[in-house]
Design a protein around this ligand. Structure first.
Ligand code: BGO
Length: 271
């Protein structure tokens, strides 16, 4: 059976350009919203048994835009064998927000750290090994435009897909939130698909209606879950989805501080 690798990333991370060079097809490269909403499929160069699926450009896996919903549905319903997550190296903080979520879905993830030519031109240094170690997945520096790093990317993605080892959990939240997530997990573990457990647990904590509906939990469990979430919201004086957003950004800030050195105006600065 053909291996299926999904290409996911923020708009303007170079996803269309990458899809074209990976599959050898020549498509229109543009920012028109919805241009890739249908999810194009192409054969990976040098790997006739591997399909690359181009997913819509998104910033998050929340349920608010058509592109986000298409991507979520594809990942949960279609089960790709691996995800290549395109991250714009010149805009790394913003792009890693999606990465933290993709790492929770339960598939092997390989990061294509794209636009490396731009980051290098800006004088930035990115410690690839450290980033890879901290995220728990392979990170391959690429330039889709200059066709650099593509063989390494294909090799890493195909290897990850065939090995089938999911990324371990993505971002760790604060101990109080992790406790709440464990309590939620105990209440949904016989209903939610094991492979996607971390994703379901975090989404339930965020009060994601689509996910709640898909789980179709009995009312008493819904009430227990609501109590767990409400207690956290009171303690943090914030809504649960905002708590998660803030903690994701704290995690990313700490990660970038350790992995990226920016050279601005001739001075070396840590983020
Ligand atoms: C234009 N390096 C550099 N330098 N540029 C890249 C790379 C890379 O690795 N990868 C992609 N680009 P999309 P989404 C453009 O279209 O693939 C460029 O949204 C222009 N067009 O060429 O569309 C790529 O699918 C006129 O740039 O991204 C494209 O993720 C002037 O990044 C842009 C300058 O790529 C977005 C750029 C008429």
């Amino acid at each position: 059976m053909a291996v299926s690798i999904a290409l996911a990333g923020n708009p303007n991370s170079g996803k269309t350009t990458m899809f074209n060079v990976l599959t050898g097809s020549s498509q229109y490269v543009g920012n028109r919203p919805g241009v890739t909403v249908e999810g194009k499929v192409g054969q990976m160069r040098n790997y006739p048994d591997v399909n690359v699926v181009d997913l819509p450009g998104i910033y998050s896996l929340s349920p608010y835009t058509m592109e986000e919903v298409v991507t979520r549905n594809y990942l949960i319903d279609e089960h790709p064998d691996a995800i290549i997550n395109l991250v714009d190296a010149s805009n790394i903080e913003r792009n890693l927000y999606l990465t933290t979520q993709l790492c929770e879905v339960g598939f092997p993830v390989v990061i294509a750290l794209n636009m490396m030519d731009v980051a290098e031109k800006n004088g930035d240094t990115i410690h690839i090994d450290k980033l890879s170690q901290m995220l728990g997945c392979d990170v391959i520096p690429t330039s889709a435009l200059k066709e650099k790093g593509l063989d390494e990317l294909c090799e890493a993605a195909v290897h990850a897909a065939k090995k089938g080892q999911a990324v371990f959990g993505g971002c760790r939240f604060s101990p109080r939130i992790e406790t709440a997530l464990s309590q939620i997990e105990a209440l949904i573990s016989d209903t939610a698909e094991k492979l996607h457990m971390r994703w379901f647990v975090v989404k339930v904590f965020e009060r994601d209606q689509r996910v709640m509906e898909s789980l179709n939990l009995p009312e008493d469990r819904q009430k227990k879950i609501d109590k767990i979430i409400t207690k956290c919201e009171q303690e943090f004086d914030d809504e649960s989805d905002s708590i998660i957003i803030n903690e994701r950004y704290e995690y990313i800030t700490a990660l970038v501080k350790q992995c990226v050195i920016r050279h601005e105006l001739g001075t070396t600065v840590s983020d």
